[in-house]
Ligand binder design. Sequence first.
Ligand code: G3P
Length: 219
Amino acid sequence: MKFFIDTADIEEIRDLATTGMLDGVTTNPSLIAKSGRDFFEVLKDICAVVDGPVSAEVTALDAEGMIREGKTVAKLADNIVVKAPLTWDGLRACRALSSEGIKVNVTLCFSANQALLAAKAGATYISPFVGRLDDVNIDGMELIEDIRTIYDNYDLLQTEILVASIRSPNHVKDAALIGADVVTIPPSVLRQLADHPLTTKGLDAFMADWKKTGQKIPS
Ligand code: G3P
């Protein structure tokens, strides 16, 4: 399973890239606004740090505008993936950009039929938002299961399931159990993945006992 990081904070990206766990980055207009930086500058910086796919979202609402913006954004770096919303215009733009070899991540997916449409439009990624479904008392992971089943039913549907709106380590585990292709994880949740109280407790005990031996491993 690939790990993308869901942020436009370049310091977080630089720091987490050193773990060797980052396979890509996703951004959206809200994350760009949160960064307080220029859209093009921040994306250029991210692409310089991360070799994997970097999603950059278009903001036009009509297909023609999305296609124009998508082509501009795609020129930023070889690893840019154009992100477009799951609307009919977004699907038209996805089809047009994909047919020119530009990778598209179709975002704001909340139903299995939407995911089916995105795959038929040639999307490289579909981004179902599990946390936002959970927020309205709909099981987000049930949607991931449905999309996995549908995509696996048809060899021609090659779109990767990119689980978004991840809110907790359990979302990551559940997505992996279902066989999602990618999770895009906020930095705070990514850091939590390595935490376990018994790991901390066990390490403290090992270190206390080691200190008693008075030994040191030369380095
Ligand atoms: O990148 C889109 C998605 O991950 C947003 O998450 O937490 O704002 O629902 P959230």
